[in-house]
Design a protein. Structure first.
Length: 445
């Protein structure tokens, strides 16, 4: 189908990339830190050689027929849930700025807008999933949406806590559904990665007892691209110039997928404008942003059979003290993914107090993973019971506030506010499903 286009396309992008990165640098004073980074300056003055290494030949026609096997399932209108978080400290921050803090009452939960934009930029819509909802509500949403994202944040994860119950529910539910032939991707970023590790290992102490010196750290990823599980991974395979010829017999990531969900071939049409150099950029440039104190080091990972059996480690990373930790994971059997880093921030968070990479290469990393996630969601066939019910749940109903601040340190530009469930007791959940809620004024205290 898109074969000829790809062959032409991959020879062109570095011209465009040079062009777009210089425009970005001109337009954005906030990308100054990247501009002055010697590594990146070197890269861009020399990008024709480095960018061409990974240019791939046209894939074989057989590869495409494998992709075609998926047609007939999934959705063309993906919707991804994002789990809300308690609004810890938001009220105080607003007060400090002399702003009306009542919007951040204890009954308000939040979603950082960067996660919403990340999902939207891949071509999916967002539905907030309240961390404190009932299992009935989660089950209803599970059957209505096409995937879920567990966002990052600063929280203490404890088994059985209201916040973790939501994560446990969706991970288990997605696995059960997959075993019954259904597809429901689960994505965890940073704290969300940690939550997935907690649920799968069943041992919350692995993460809780860890400590890393890795706050506000732009760095890279380490991986061995010749390693078969990485070549056959769903997340990185589309970026491979010469992926392993046949992953279908691999007992790991792809082989375990049944024919309907087989993703053993790269999709040339989908990735061609982004893919040729993304793996190189991830390995060699500081486009990967870390901001965590907990995680899981290689020793702990390798001595935890439940994790070793469940996941392939697609990348590791090194904190500021030189300690290596697991940074990108993909379940061998299930569409469950975790990144200990923050792809959404490159394009969507701009705090001047943080060293978030904003180069053109860094933004391509955001864009690739956003497309990847939305594409995973397109394989799910879940739908809301009616269009009215679908529209009633979308993020577009929910108010957001600017949390960026010219004078005080901050992390997020903007937060969506989602009224917690405990305070909507008066309204029946049936009414909500039929579209009477949520509405703006019901959401803020
Ligand atoms: C370009 O890259 C090559 C190989 O990495 C290096 O030897 C050379 O010095 C670079 N040229 C410039 C202008 O940076
Ligand atoms: C909801 O209310 C119950 C009972 O009042 C309380 O125990 C629980 O902690 C609340 N949940 C959240 C998330 O605030
Ligand atoms: C790895 O993590 C465990 C548990 O947190 C810790 O006891 C151990 O010292 C860590 N090892 C390294 C090399 O940091
Ligand atoms: C599609 O999947 C079915 C089984 O799920 C398999 O028998 C068939 O060979 C596959 N077709 C292609 C073109 O791979
Ligand atoms: C990438 O990270 C690894 C450690 O994980 C480090 O050894 C390597 O030097 C880094 N590469 C670059 C180009 O920063
Ligand atoms: C964390 O890393 C920074 C930067 O390398 C270093 O200055 C600092 O001493 C480290 N802190 C600890 C507690 O190791």
């Amino acid at each position: 189908m898109a074969l000829p286009a790809r062959c032409i396309y991959v020879k062109q992008p570095w011209w465009r990339l040079l062009l777009s990165s210089s425009i970005l640098l001109l337009l954005s004073p906030l990308s100054r830190s990247d501009e002055s980074s010697p590594a990146l300056r070197h890269r861009s003055s020399n990008s024709s050689s480095s960018m061409n290494d990974d240019i791939s030949p046209c894939p074989s026609p057989e590869a495409n027929s494998v992709m075609d096997n998926r047609s007939g399932t999934g959705t063309g209108r993906p919707i991804i849930g994002i789990v809300t978080q308690p609004s810890n400290g938001l009220r105080d921050r607003l007060r400090r700025r002399g702003e009306d803090a009542t919007v951040a009452g204890e009954d308000v939960s939040t979603i950082a807008a960067s996660y919403v934009r990340f999902v939207e930029s891949g071509g999916a819509r967002v539905v907030p999933v309240r961390y404190d909802a009932s299992e009935d509500e989660w089950e209803y949403l599970f059957n209505s949406i096409n995937g879920i994202l567990f966002p990052g944040g600063a929280m203490f994860l404890e088994g059985g806590s209201p916040y973790m119950r939501a994560h446990e529910f969706f991970v288990r539910r997605a696995m059960k559904a997959f075993d019954q032939g259904d597809y429901f991707p689960v994505w965890g970023t940073c704290l969300g990665f940690e939550a997935i590790v907690d649920v799968i290992s069943g041992d919350y102490s692995l993460i809780r007892q860890s400590h890393f010196n890795d706050s506000n750290h732009p760095s890279n990823l380490s991986f061995d691209r010749t390693h078969k599980p990485i070549q056959c991974s769903r997340m990185f395979r589309p970026l491979m110039a010469h992926p392993h010829a046949d992953c279908r017999h691999e007992s790991g990531p792809v082989g375990a997928m049944n024919g309907r969900h087989d993703v053993s071939a790269p999709d040339p049409g989908l990735w061609s404008f982004l893919s040729p150099t993304i793996l190189q950029v991830l390995e060699n440039a500081k486009v990967v942003y870390y901001n965590h104190e907990r995680g899981i080091n290689l020793t702990t990972w390798e001595s935890t059979p439940s994790l070793m059996e469940f996941f392939d480690v697609l990348s590791t990373s090194r904190d500021k003290n030189g300690v290596d930790f697991v940074s990108t994971i993909e379940s061998r059997r299930y569409p469950i993914y975790g990144v200990q880093w923050h792809p959404e921030k490159n394009a969507f968070e701009w705090s001047p107090w943080l060293d978030i990479p904003h180069s053109s290469d860094a933004v391509r990393v955001t864009q690739y993973l956003a497309l990847f996630l939305a594409n995973e969601a397109r394989k799910s066939s879940h739908t809301f019971p009616s269009r009215k019910a679908e529209f009633a749940s979308l993020i577009y109903h929910f108010p957001s506030i600017m949390t960026a601040d010219a004078e005080h340190k901050y992390t997020f530009e903007q937060l969506y506010l989602v009224r917690a469930r405990n305070h909507t007791k008066g309204s029946s959940s049936t009414a909500e499903r039929e579209g009477h809620l949520p509405n703006g004024d019901a959401l803020i205290a």
